[in-house]
Every structure is written in structure tokens, then in C-alpha cells.
Ligand binder design. Structure first.
Ligand SMILES: C[S@@+](CC[C@H](N)C(=O)[O-])C[C@H]1O[C@@H](n2cnc3c(N)ncnc32)[C@H](O)[C@@H]1O
Ligand code: SF4
Length: 325
């Protein structure tokens, strides 16, 4: 613990994707200070973290992206990033300078065709990602693809596998779309039946596909209410652009929080508190989370969507005003 330190480095973004559940480009626009990242990684040393996973907003739009990556690369730790790939012609130069610590780049793509992808991510976004993949191949950077499954692209899972293989990706990851007001309005969220069918399809692909690693992230149906994802096991910790330690990277700065203040999952301000103190506060919060969930389960107080772990957390942290449960 913690194996992965996930840092949401900025709330700035150069796209406005229909499905996005993050509060991007909202004032104040903030980038995590590079010296704070340096201090956190220094304090994390006794825990032997393996990876710093960068996300956002769009991580490559951090105003000091070059210094940020150089600082991370000075620590004895690998790093990855998930990107929309739109400015990769510039940002890959930074990655090339620090490629010794780079474990891989994940590109987000919402469909196997430009038509499907661009209907969610915006005009010409598919072509720019294809261009970025070409740059990765040319410079020997390893990369994967990541797709958020929705009503619009769930029929393209086989085609996405073919595209990922053709392009030379190491991995294709399928995320289940979490609810936020815009994707709900656009009818993008899979209903529970479709989500379970998609999960079965991923399991089949995983088994039969020898050319590429097919994977999925947490969020799919689990019959066990006490299912433990990685943040609950402290193997992933999450820090945002304010320098706050958060409960989980997938629900921080969440667009579905309605009128509520988006701070129900803030554990500590790492600019004010040592990491050691903050991790103890997080472990106490996780203990309370379990106690509450045990009680709700015994009282039969779980909605059907609560068996999708992220949906439960959205409700638990009061971020699911848009969820009809
Ligand atoms: C918030 S983005 C930040 C990184 C970068 N801007 C990008 O799009 O890859 C990280 C990942 O979250 C995914 N994501 C966005 N909205 C989502 C939602 N409603 N449910 C699940 N994943 C979502 C994105 O597609 C992307 O793969
Ligand atoms: S999914 Fe990524 S690229 Fe799209 S708006 Fe959200 S943060 Fe930006």
C-alpha cells in the first residue's frame, strides 16, 4: 500500500466530451503545484509505490507539464498517463525526454470509428488519436486504449479489439460509464441488463483474445455488497489538483454532484498535513465506509444499482443527484 498514486493534475481540459463526469474547466482553474508532487513522492517512499498514474482534466495541459514529468521521473518510480491525445504532437516530446520511467500511455477512444468516437469526444478527435498512436509506434512508446462503454459504442466491442490489435496497442480497457447529467440526458448510460451483458462479453473477449490484453476497471455488477475495489484496499490512492487526498479517483470532482459541495470525499489537504497523517485519516474513513455498508446490507437498504460499486459510492458520498435511485 499504496501501489498506485493517482494524481488528477489539473481541472483544465482541451475537450468537452459529452460523457465526461469530471468538473473540468470550472473556475478556479488549478494545476497541482510541482513542488507539492515532489514532497508527496518523497513522503511516499517508505510505502514503495510502483506507479504514479496521471489523469485530469487533460493531464498534458498542466501549465508546467514538462517540470511535472521531470520531477516525477527523478523519483525511483514509474509513471503512466491517460490522455485524450489531442496535443500529443507536443506532449510526446516531454514523454520522450523521460521515457526511462514511462510505463505506458493510455489513449481514450469512445468508438471504433471516427463517427462514433467524434459524436462523444468532438470533431476530428479520432484522427488525432490515430496520429498519436503513429507517433508512439515511431518512437517505441508502449500504449493502450480505453473505452467507456455506452449505448452508442457497446456494439463496437469486437471492432475495438480489432482496431487495438491493428494499431499495436498492448491493452484495451473497457470502463462502465458512470452517470452524470449530460450522458443521462443523451441516453448514453447502459441499463443494468445491458451493463451485465457487456461484462459477460468482456469476460469472453478476455478468455479468447491472445493477441492483446482485454481488461475492465471496477464498476461492473458484483453480487457481493462487500466487494473491495483497489481504493478500498489502499492499493490506489487519489490526489487531486488542489492537493487534496480523496477517497477514490473515480468519484472526485464529480459532475453529478448537483448543487452539493464536492467535498464529501476529501480526506486531507496534503499541503497542510503530512502524508502519514493523511493515510491514517483515509484508513479510518474506509473503516467507517465498511461499517455503514454492513449496516445498510443487513437492513436491506441497498438499491439494485448499489450492486454496481461505483454507483453505490456516488450515492454514499452524495454525488448522485442525477441518479434516479
Ligand atoms: C476524466 S478522463 C481524464 C484524462 C483525459 N482527459 C482523457 O479523456 O483520457 C479519464 C478517463 O475517464 C473517462 N470518463 C469520462 N467520463 C466518464 C464517465 N461518465 N464514466 C466513466 N468514465 C468516464 C474518460 O473517458 C477517460 O478515459
Ligand atoms: S473525458 Fe477527458 S478529454 Fe473528455 S472532457 Fe473529460 S477530461 Fe476532457
Amino acid at each position: 500500500m499504496p501501489e498506485i498514486i493517482c494524481i488528477e493534475v489539473t481541472n483544465r481540459c482541451n475537450l468537452d466530451c459529452v460523457h465526461c463526469n469530471k468538473l473540468v474547466n470550472q473556475h478556479p482553474i488549478r494545476d497541482i503545484p510541482v513542488d507539492l508532487v515532489d514532497s508527496i513522492l518523497e513522503q511516499a517512499r517508505p510505502f514503495s509505490p510502483r506507479v504514479v498514474a496521471l489523469t485530469g482534466g487533460e493531464p498534458t495541459t498542466h501549465k508546467q507539464f514538462d517540470e511535472l514529468i521531470a520531477t516525477i521521473a527523478r523519483h525511483d518510480i514509474g509513471y503512466t498517463l491517460v490522455t485524450n491525445g489531442q496535443n500529443f504532437r507536443d506532449s510526446h516530446k516531454v514523454l520522450l525526454r523521460h521515457s526511462n520511467r514511462l510505463l505506458g500511455v493510455t489513449f481514450s477512444l469512445e468508438g471504433a470509428t471516427s463517427e462514433t468516437n467524434d459524436s462523444i469526444r468532438g470533431p476530428n478527435t479520432f484522427n488525432r488519436v490515430m496520429d498519436a498512436l503513429e507517433l508512439c509506434r515511431r518512437h517505441g512508446l508502449s500504449f493502450g486504449l480505453q473505452t467507456v462503454l455506452s449505448t452508442r459504442n457497446v456494439g463496437e466491442m469486437d471492432a475495438l479489439v480489432e482496431l487495438a490489435v491493428e494499431q499495436g496497442a498492448d491493452q484495451l480497457n473497457f470502463i462502465l460509464m458512470r452517470p452524470a447529467p449530460r450522458p443521462i440526458e443523451d441516453g448514453l448510460i447502459l441499463d443494468m441488463e445491458a451493463a451485465e451483458a457487456a461484462e459477460k462479453k468482456i469476460a469472453e473477449l478476455r478468455k479468447k483474445e491472445s493477441r492483446i490484453k482485454v481488461d475492465m476497471t471496477t464498476g461492473y455488477f458484483s453480487p457481493q455488497p462487500l466487494y473491495a475495489c483497489r481504493p478500498l484496499g489502499l492499493s490506489i490512492i487519489s490526489i487531486d489538483y488542489n492537493g487534496y487526498l480523496r477517497f477514490c479517483p473515480d468519484i472526485s470532482n464529480y459532475r453529478g454532484a448537483g448543487g452539493a459541495e464536492d467535498d464529501t470525499d476529501v480526506i486531507a489537504d496534503l499541503a497542510m498535513r503530512p502524508l502519514q497523517w493523511s493515510l491514517k485519516a483515509l484508513s479510518n474513513r474506509i473503516a467507517l465506509f465498511w461499517q455503514n455498508k454492513i449496516d445498510y446490507t443487513v437492513m436491506d437498504d441497498l438499491a439494485p444499482t448499489d450492486y454496481f460499486p461505483c454507483f453505490y459510492c456516488l450515492r454514499y458520498f452524495n454525488k448522485a443527484d442525477c441518479l434516479d435511485v
